[in-house]
Each structure stands twice: as structure tokens, then as C-alpha cells.
Design a protein around this ligand. Structure first.
Ligand code: ADP
Ligand code: MG
Length: 296
């Protein structure tokens, strides 16, 4: 009971389900005056589901083949979208060929060799240098994105053979968390995402966020945080992915979602949400402010 307030509040934060890595971090949590949240896995539950499997007409492959190739390539992926693709293939009882030479690029997608052929799975416009404008694939992407879902391209030997649609649910406590962070900081909350504009806008509206930055690569997420910091803001960033690591490192305080968070995000972050509840984040900000009032 004689612990200094900041250390005592680290213990309290732990009971709330947030691992705060140092007393300095505990103190900085109370200083933040802006918040920026990642979308997939942070505002959303992080267990997206494949909603559409659309082979490109004339692409030579059926829906099952498109999904099986994508899942084979995504098998080693730790990205929520990769896990969704693998789960969808397993649910349909598809047999996955082994993949070799797996490589993933944060915010873009994955590449592997399946049956000796190159398979790429990832973001439209990122994977394909020319995103097949006006092509049948582009029309499928537009259809999927118009429904507020995330479109994922499946490419086989450099040709787009299919488009997958993926959707994720907002966390139950997302809107409550956004409102609490807004009230604590007196500023609007920012959404940072690598996902497409339409999916981002739909989710942001549900969560009560008006400042939406979509289509960002990992370094662009960090740059968005850096811009706010350059204007004097002390930015709290919450994220879960490898793609969030640069933004977490740039933040005044970076917080990682622990349950599905990537190792890099957990290492880079100053604090980790161990219990899978987003609402613990504003709770520890408030806790830090109370501890600081005790210190001064
Ligand atoms: P977010 O910022 O919402 O967490 P990411 O930056 O991780 O999203 O990903 C941005 C986009 O890159 C995704 O919407 C997806 O199109 C693509 N992408 C990234 N990783 C993968 C993957 N493993 N499989 C398929 N697509 C991926
Ligand atoms: Mg994420």
C-alpha cells in the first residue's frame, strides 16, 4: 500500500487486463491528447470471414480452385485476412497443396509457390502493378468493395484469377471506446487503415469516427501520426499488426492488441491489451491521470 502511485497504477492496469511496460509509459498514458486506431483486429474483432469467392470469368479456375490456391499461399500467414482465407478453405473441406517460399509484405499481402507456380494474395492496386483497370477483375473488386467488404485479389502466375470478399465485425465495445477516447482527449479519434476507402468509411461510421485515413501503407500510418505530433499532439496509437509497428513506434504511447496481435506489434508497443477488450485502453488513460494527480 506504500507503492508510489505510478507503480500502483501499473498493478491496477494489470488487473484491468493491460500490461504497461514501464512507469514512464504509465505516466505518458495520462498525457495523450489524440487517439488513432487501426481498423482490422483493433476496431474489429479480428476474426474476419470470407463472404465472397469470385473467380474471374475466363480466368480458367473455378471458385474452389481459387480459394484452395489462396489458402495454400496464406497458410503460414499470421494476418487476420490470411487466417480467414485458410478457415474458409477448411470449412469447405478443400485440400491444400503445400506451399514453398512464403513471403509476406505488411499492408500488401503474401506470395508463395504452390505446385511450383507463383500465387499472390493481397490488396487490389498493391499486388498488381497495373491493377487491371477496366478488367473483369476490377469489376469484381468494385462489386465487393461497394458492399463495404474488403476485396482480396488472388493471382496465379501473374494473372488475376479471382477476387475474395472478406468482412469483419466491429468489436462490441468499439463505439464506447471511441466515445471515451474522444471525451478524454477532447479531440476527434482517427482511423488508420490499409484497407479500402469504402470498407473503412462504413466501419468508421458505425464506430463514430469521422477522421478516416484509408489505403495506408505501414510507413504512411506512421507518417500520419508523425504529422499530428509535429502539430504538437501527443498521440495514442492502438494497433495489432506488423503493419502497425511503425505507427506504434512513432506514437507518444503505442498500445498493441494482445490476443491476435503480431509479435512485432507486441514488442514495439509500450503497452499490451492482454484481456481482449478495447475499452480497457481509455480506462488506463484515466487511471494514469488519476495517478498523476496523486503525484503532483
Ligand atoms: P489494417 O490496416 O486494416 O489492419 P493491413 O494494413 O494489415 O490492414 O492490410 C491492408 C490491406 O492489405 C488489406 O486490406 C488487404 O487487402 C491486404 N493484405 C495485407 N495482408 C494480407 C494477407 N495476408 N492476405 C490478404 N491480403 C492482405
Ligand atoms: Mg490491424
Amino acid at each position: 500500500a506504500t507503492m508510489p502511485p505510478l507503480l500502483a497504477s501499473i498493478a491496477t492496469a494489470g488487473r484491468h487486463g493491460v500490461l504497461v511496460k514501464s512507469a514512464l509509459v504509465m505516466e505518458r498514458l495520462g498525457q495523450v491528447d489524440r487517439a488513432a486506431l487501426d481498423k482490422t483486429g483493433t476496431l474489429t474483432e479480428g476474426t474476419p470471414r470470407v463472404t465472397d469467392v469470385r473467380p474471374v470469368p475466363g480466368g480458367g479456375l473455378g471458385a474452389g480452385e481459387v480459394l484452395a490456391l489462396a489458402a495454400a499461399a496464406e497458410h503460414p500467414s499470421e494476418h487476420p485476412l490470411g487466417r480467414a482465407v485458410v478457415a474458409a478453405a477448411e470449412e469447405r473441406g478443400l485440400r491444400l497443396s503445400p506451399a514453398a517460399g512464403f513471403a509476406s509484405e505488411p499492408g500488401v499481402g503474401v506470395r508463395a509457390r504452390v505446385g511450383g507456380r507463383t500465387v499472390e494474395v493481397g490488396a487490389p492496386g498493391r499486388l498488381a502493378a497495373a491493377a487491371d483497370p477496366g478488367s473483369a477483375a476490377a469489376a469484381l473488386v468494385a462489386e465487393v468493395e461497394a458492399g463495404g467488404r474488403t476485396a482480396v485479389l488472388v493471382r496465379y502466375e501473374g494473372r488475376t484469377v479471382g477476387v475474395l470478399g472478406v468482412a469483419d465485425r466491429l468489436r462490441r465495445d468499439a463505439a464506447r471506446t471511441v466515445a471515451a477516447l474522444g471525451a478524454l482527449t477532447g479531440a476527434g479519434v482517427t482511423l488508420l487503415t490499409g484497407d479500402n476507402e469504402r470498407a473503412a468509411a462504413r466501419l468508421a461510421a458505425e464506430a463514430g469516427i469521422t477522421d478516416v485515413r484509408a489505403g495506408l501503407l505501414p510507413q504512411q500510418k506512421a507518417a500520419a501520426v508523425g504529422e499530428q505530433a509535429a502539430r504538437g499532439a501527443r498521440v495514442l496509437v492502438v494497433g495489432d499488426g506488423v503493419n502497425d509497428a511503425p505507427a506504434l513506434a512513432t506514437a507518444h504511447v503505442g498500445v498493441a492488441m494482445g490476443r491476435a496481435g503480431s509479435d512485432l506489434a507486441l514488442e514495439t508497443a509500450d503497452a499490451v491489451v492482454v484481456r481482449d477488450e478495447l475499452a480497457t485502453v481509455p480506462a488506463v488513460v484515466a487511471l494514469s491521470r488519476r495517478a498523476r494527480r496523486l503525484v503532483v
